[in-house]
Design a binder for this molecule. Structure first.
Ligand code: ATP
Ligand code: MG
Length: 422
């Protein structure tokens, strides 16, 4: 059998990459306008960062990490998510000492050992934002609003914002006890994963997809009823800000994020048509993570979007025509070939997209390829043109053509006459 990409990974071929570029450009523009700045952290980190930052009782740390020993016998892990690395960098570089709020975003591959299916891979990509240093509910509303702006700009119109509050640590400790007390008599009826979580991470049982467990959970005490007055107030402020921003939401009392460090606001954007893989964005507040990883107490909030799922939903959007003329250079004969390459480089320096045919085949075959390439114009240099230092400019759409001096093509006036303003 031939070589194949590892299970759960996929190649993004040039035709699909166009959509990725569009997605990235859109996100970058929206985040730039809100003064978020890009950060890149390593693709692998010390395993202990994720154990401490995500939590040992989570699925990610428990069974999804790609962990290995390097040749120096260090335990390293391919990052399963972006937040832990960003927080590590924030602490390591003392970004908190720059005062004020840090608004950061990142984009890159993440790795989780999961059962691959449509919209679920072992290497996938996330775009994420993190706002560090503000406990203000406006930060919660701002990150949610930006996520929605990005989803809408990509053409996802019918996404639903699901919202919940998981309170603070104290609220959760009280609730956790009430939940365990309620669930214990039903322990034998829970699905095996949930039985396992009953004492390790009972809140995650709320998230179970098993119908029998769900039926039991539906009657369970609600986390929202255990919020302290200040948690309650934060949650109400977030809701009223969303209303002022005109952002509809649904409260989902069983929405709990899978990561231990979340506090207060938890949210997801869901798109109906993707089924269980319908969550395109998930996030929430994590007011204790920075401190848990050794930094100063710093409230924070963020989200991450799964880009493969977004690309699936962006669907077959028409390709936007390139605003820059795209030239295809066809040559025949060694002197013409050399001139063609030099001319191409000079035109590229002027900002044109220039593709050179290296096949050495007949004019007819090269012209066929020019037509398939998506180019707007073909530049033809044969032996006669090479001798006279000229070039035939051919408009591929109309077939019209004109002979011009190469020097003319390289003058600003000549180029703008032939190809329009650059
Ligand atoms: P799920 O419940 O679908 O497993 P999650 O809670 O594990 O999601 P997060 O850790 O919050 O997901 O990651 C944020 C987003 O990243 C998800 O909403 C999803 O769009 C995407 N994502 C997560 N895991 C994968 C994966 N294995 N393949 C593709 N996208 C993923
Ligand atoms: Mg998951």
């Amino acid at each position: 059998m031939g070589l194949q990409a590892p299970r759960g990974t996929r190649d993004i071929l040039p035709a699909e990459r166009i959509y990725w570029q569009q997605l990235e450009a859109t996100a970058r523009q929206i985040l730039d306008r809100a003064a978020y700045r890009e950060i890149c952290t390593p693709i692998f980190e010390q395993t202990s960062l994720f154990e401490r930052g995500i939590g040992e009782a989570t699925d990610i740390v428990g069974k999804e990490m790609y962990t290995f020993q390097d040749r120096g016998d260090r335990s390293l892990t391919l990052r399963p998510e972006g937040t832990a690395g960003v927080v590590r960098a924030y602490i390591e570089h003392g970004l908190y000492s720059q005062g004020g709020v840090q608004r950061l975003w990142y984009l890159g591959p993440m790795f989780r050992y999961e059962r691959p299916q449509s919209g679920r891979y072992r290497q996938f990509h996330q775009l994420g934002v993190e706002v560090l240093g503000s406990a203000d509910p406006r930060a919660d509303a701002e990150v949610i609003a930006l996520a929605l702006d990005i989803l809408k700009a990509l053409g996802l119109e019918d996404v639903t914002l699901m919202l919940n509050s998981v309170g603070d640590r104290d609220d959760r400790a009280h609730y956790r006890q009430a939940l365990v007390d309620y669930l214990t008599p039903y322990a034998a009826d829970l699905d095996p994963d949930s039985q396992d979580r009953l004492h390790r991470n009972p809140l995650r049982i709320l998230d179970s997809k098993d119908p029998r467990t769900q039926a039991i959970v539906n009657e369970a005490p609600r986390l929202l009823d255990y919020l302290s007055a200040s948690s309650q107030q934060h949650f109400e402020q977030v809701q009223s800000l969303l209303e002022e921003l005109g952002i509809p939401y649904q409260i989902n009392p069983t929405l709990v994020r899978g990561l231990d460090y979340y506090t207060h606001t938890a949210f997801e954007f869901q798109q109906g048509s993707l089924g269980t893989e319908g969550t395109v964005c998930g996030g929430g507040r994590y007011d204790h993570l920075v401190e848990e990883l050794g930094g100063p107490a710093t409230p924070a909030i963020g989200w991450a979007m799964g880009l493969e799922r977004l690309i699936l939903l962006m669907g077959d959007r028409p390709k936007e025509p390139s605003p820059v003329p795209h030239l295809y250079v066809v040559t025949r004969g060694s002197s013409a070939e050399r001139q063609g390459l030099v001319l191409a480089q000079q035109l590229r320096h002027q900002g044109y997209i220039v593709e050179v045919d290296f096949s050495g085949s007949s004019f007819k075959n090269q012209l066929k390829r020019a037509n398939r390439s998506g180019a707007t114009h073909c530049l033809v240099i044969g032996e006669e043109e090479a001798a006279a230092q000229t070039v035939q400019v051919k408009w591929l759409a109309s077939g019209e053509q004109e002979q011009v001096a190469q020097a003319d093509l390289l003058s600003a006036a000549g180029r703008s006459r032939l190809f329009g303003e650059q």
